[in-house]
Write a protein that binds this ligand. Structure first.
Ligand code: NCD
Length: 323
């Protein structure tokens, strides 16, 4: 996404809306990671933190969510702040009475110190950030656009394992056309030198051409593959995603594509290495076989999930408090 100069973080998160991964530089990411390390200690500490005491964060979710919603909610509460949770406003709030998006944002802005927004329309977080005058908006997924906080936790998970974010080889698979987490993750990987990514998907779900060009032009080495025989050996990470059912017009088309690529134990044994981590933004709906869950390299239900809360705690701390 093209982001205006004023939105760039440049070492200062305070008061800024977080809309796209393109706002971050590599040093912004490391700043956030070092804060996340501290957050891990706070989360483990039995004594409650007061870092966000007195702050109210609205979670405004127009699309279903469990972990993004819960991890933001938990992150605010871990830091002593409070949340107002509005899920499915199309059905249960004034939106159902025909309220405009603009009015909804203005109303919740009046009650809160920040709004975390998930919305089915690409560009909606950017739109909300233009409407809100007093509080930052954090994009928790806008249609098939981006999901920057998911990519931050994904990069953090890779960093903790590989101890580095450059010279990596990764595999990203599944619905690359509609998967917003993939779009943000690739934007993150191109901030660091010499990263190589294999993209595996059915041809109908390939990354859109303009995005592919953008990533390649900015230095990410990309290899598009369409069969598992071409998987790289010993990659640093495998990032599997679900086929995004809700983005399909035709049910048959979804049925045809949903199980095209599945991680089996056999496949993982054949191509992954001892240090390869197996990631997934979740929810998993059959793309990774259950018998891989016990493998210590499977991090999607363990450290990747935990990192989500630490990263969101760190981000909220940096955005909501003058540090
Ligand atoms: C992802 C999303 O909503 O984009 N989920 C999440 O936030 N962890 C991925 C998905 O829904 O497939």
């Amino acid at each position: 996404m093209n982001i205006s100069e004023g939105r760039r973080i440049k070492g200062n998160f305070f008061g800024k809306s977080i809309i796209s991964f393109s706002q971050f530089s590599s040093s912004d990411i490391y700043l956030l990671f070092s804060r996340a390390e501290k957050m891990q200690l706070i989360a483990r500490n039995a004594k409650p933190s007061k870092i966000l005491a007195g702050k109210i964060v609205v979670l405004l979710f127009f699309e279903p969510s469990s972990r993004t919603l819960a991890s933001f909610d938990a992150a605010v509460k871990q830091l002593g702040g409070q949340t107002v949770v509005i899920t499915n406003p199309q059905q249960f709030s004034s939106v159902a009475k025909g309220e405009s998006f603009e009015d909804t944002i203005k109303v919740f802005e009046a009650y809160s110190d920040a709004i975390i927004l998930r919305h089915p329309e690409t560009g909606s977080a950017q739109k909300a950030a233009e409407i809100a005058k007093y509080v930052p908006i954090i994009n928790a997924g806008d249609g098939i656009g981006e999901h920057p906080t998911q990519a931050l936790l994904d990069l953090y998970t890779i960093y903790k394992q590989a101890k580095n974010l450059s010279n990596l080889t990764g595999l990203v698979a599944g619905d690359l056309k509609n998967g917003r987490t993939v779009h943000s993750l690739l934007q993150g990987l191109l901030l660091f030198p010499n990263n190589k990514v294999f993209l595996l998907s059915p041809k109908q779900l390939k990354l859109q051409k303009d995005m592919l060009k953008h990533f390649k032009d900015n230095g990410l080495k990309i290899f598009e593959i369409s069969k598992t025989e071409d998987l790289p050996k010993n990659a640093d990470f495998w990032y599997w995603t679900r086929v995004q059912k809700e983005r399909f017009k035709s049910k048959q088309e979804y049925q045809k594509l949903k199980n095209k690529f599945i991680v089996t134990k056999k496949l993982f044994e054949k191509y992954a290495g001892g240090k390869t981590i197996l990631m997934h933004p979740l929810p998993r709906v059959g793309e990774i076989e259950k018998d891989l869950d016990q493998d210590p390299r499977s991090v999607f239900l363990t450290s990747q999930t935990r990192n989500g809360m630490y990263i969101r705690m760190a981000l909220l701390d940096l955005v909501l408090r003058k540090n």
